[in-house]
Ligand binder design. Structure first.
Ligand SMILES: CSCCC(=O)C(=O)COP(=O)(O)O
Ligand code: MG
Length: 236
C-alpha cells in the first residue's frame, strides 16, 4: 500500500490480527466446549436457547449427544459456520461476565485505536466470530480501559456481511456505509485470502503477521504489504 492520508475507515479482523490465535483456539474454543454440556442439560428445551439450537441442521438436533458431537466436530475443524459462531458467542457470555475470559490484545492495538479515533478515523470490525461475540471481546480486554466498544462504529460477521474470503462481502460492507468510498477503507487481517478479497472489492488491505500466526508463503510480501504491528501504519 502506498503512503496515503486518505484512509477513513480501519476495518479490523480479530483472531491473529488484534489478539493471538492462541486466545481463540486454546482459550475461547475450549471454554465453549466445556460450557456446552451443562447448557444443553439445563436449557435444551428453553425458549432462550431455541434460537441457537434451531439454527443447527435438523439432523444434528435429534438428541443432546448428537448436537454436542456435531458442535465438537465443527470446532475441531475450525469451521466458520454462522450457527456455530452464534452459539459460541452465547457460551462465552458467562465467562466474560465472571472475569474468566479477558481478551489479550496485542500491545499496540488499544493505543493505535485511540490514535485513529483522535484523528477522526472510523474503526469497524469484521470477524468470523458473531457480532455478539465481537462485542463481548472488545468489552472485556486487557487494555487500560477494558471496554473499547465505544470506539467501534460498526460490526460485521458472516451473517450480516458474508464469508470473509468472498469479495462480495467487502462490497456489502462498503455499501452499508456509502459515506466512505471503497478505497477509503483499510482492512487489516492475518489471512491472505481475506486480504485478496478485500482488494478485489476495491478496498486497501494489509496482511498482519503476528507472533503465533502461521508463516506466510514467501510470495506474499512480494505482492502485498505485510506489517507486524499497527505501529507500522504511521502513514495513514
Ligand atoms: C469474536 S472472537 C471469536 C473469533 C472466532 O470465533 C473466529 O473464528 C475468529 O475468526 P477471525 O475472522 O476473527 O479471524
Ligand atoms: Mg483472523
Amino acid at each position: 500500500m502506498a503512503a496515503s492520508t486518505s484512509v477513513k475507515v480501519l476495518l479490523l479482523d480479530i483472531e491473529g490480527t488484534v489478539c493471538p490465535i492462541s486466545f481463540v483456539k486454546d482459550v475461547l474454543f475450549p471454554y465453549a466446549l466445556e460450557a456446552l454440556p451443562d447448557v444443553l442439560e439445563s436449557e435444551w428445551d428453553s425458549p432462550e436457547f431455541a434460537k441457537y439450537k434451531d439454527a443447527f441442521p435438523s439432523e444434528h438436533r435429534s438428541s443432546r449427544d448428537a448436537f454436542e458431537a456435531h458442535f465438537r466436530g465443527l470446532v475441531e475443524k475450525d469451521v466458520k459456520v454462522s450457527y456455530l459462531k452464534s452459539l459460541q458467542g452465547y457460551l462465552w457470555e458467562e465467562g466474560y461476565a465472571k472475569g474468566d475470559l479477558k481478551a489479550p490484545l496485542f500491545p499496540d492495538v488499544a493505543a493505535k485505536m485511540a490514535e485513529w479515533r483522535q484523528k477522526g478515523l472510523s474503526i469497524m470490525i469484521y470477524s468470523s466470530g458473531s457480532v455478539a461475540a465481537q462485542k463481548l471481546l472488545f468489552k472485556h480486554t486487557n487494555a487500560p480501559t477494558s471496554d473499547l466498544t465505544a470506539q467501534i462504529a460498526d460490526w460485521f460477521d458472516t451473517v450480516n456481511a458474508g464469508l470473509k474470503t468472498d469479495a462480495s462481502s467487502y462490497k456489502a460492507i462498503a455499501s452499508k456505509h456509502p459515506e466512505f468510498a471503497p478505497h477509503e477503507w483499510l482492512f487489516l487481517s492475518d489471512n491472505v485470502r481475506e486480504v485478496d478479497a478485500a482488494i478485489e472489492a476495491g478496498m486497501r488491505s494489509v496482511v498482519v503477521q503476528r507472533p503465533g500466526n502461521a508463516p506466510l508463503s514467501p510470495d506474499v510480501p512480494k505482492r502485498l504489504r505485510v506489517i507486524e504491528t499497527f505501529e507500522s501504519l504511521d502513514d495513514i
